[in-house]
Write a protein that binds this ligand. Sequence first.
Ligand code: NDP
Length: 311
Amino acid sequence: MSILLAASLPPDERQRWAEALRAALPGESLLLDRHEADATAIDVAIVAQPPPGALAGLPRLRLVQSLWAGVEGLLADASLPAAVPLARMVDPQMNRAMAETALWAVLGLHRGGFEHARRQARAEWAPVAQERADEVGVAVLGLGQMGATVARRLADNGYRVTGWSLGPKALEGIECRHGLDALDAVLGANRVVVNLLPLTPATRGLFDARRLAQLPRGAGLVNLARGAHVVEADLLAALDAGALGHAVLDVFAVEPLPAGHAFWRHPRVTVWPHAAAQTDLRSAAAIAAANVRALREGRALAHLVDRVRGY
Ligand code: NDP
């Protein structure tokens, strides 16, 4: 099978992916450039932020396998062949990494980690009142691969967790709500919100001034999904007004976050450089390879994206 790796990655990272994919797919031909061979022979594209148009004009293409979990960038490329199945990265290793990041952020909000850091900067010796985890309500928005793993980890840690998804869900020990009509009530009842939604037309700009105002005063927002879920100016206004207590942000409207952006130096914002759950080359190469083998053997492909829903 002829496989194209189409990735906007630094050369050394691209090389590491190529080596890992070649090791995971012995006997297949992996191209790093579509001009290396006859483009009409390419069966599979393994992609990581491919440049727009990178997958146009590949008549034999039968699978696009993303190395990233989020696919909104791919779906925004009008030249992405409409009829070719698109699979995204689903890796239990990444889900676990996301759960670790979410737990760290929620513990920091609950136990005063971020507040104590502010007090330390002022050499102020003043403990934050200690609360029990079961006194802290945490809303997890999105109950898919990442969200469900995060919700379970937080519940295991004793938090009162409410999950929110598009369709109904049942997760043991977690109150599950669904649909836009339930969102304001979910936000109003929880002191911490962890966002793990995919970026779709329905979720873009979800956290605007009106929605942020539904949260209890002093609440924490943990955005681990996509920057465009949040109207950044509205978030800054809510933080400056003291309506929101703290935001932990891993993702931004523009990445890398521009040097002059207010988030960098805001005392109530913790910035991470889109590192909440990075694709783990060791496991992800094997997962991508398994889908290529499924295609070769005529078996069902895993983790296909529903292009109408956008995730
Ligand atoms: P999934 O597709 O597995 O889950 C998406 C969840 O969101 C589902 O529960 C779905 O509901 C819910 N959802 C989708 N649209 C809506 C809506 N309009 N209203 C309510 N709920 C909705 O995605 P993953 O868990 O794998 O990943 C989530 C996102 O995390 C990715 O799209 C990506 O943007 C981000 N991500 C961030 C990373 C980082 O390092 N910061 C790393 C990896 C991913 P239902 O179950 O009913 O379908």
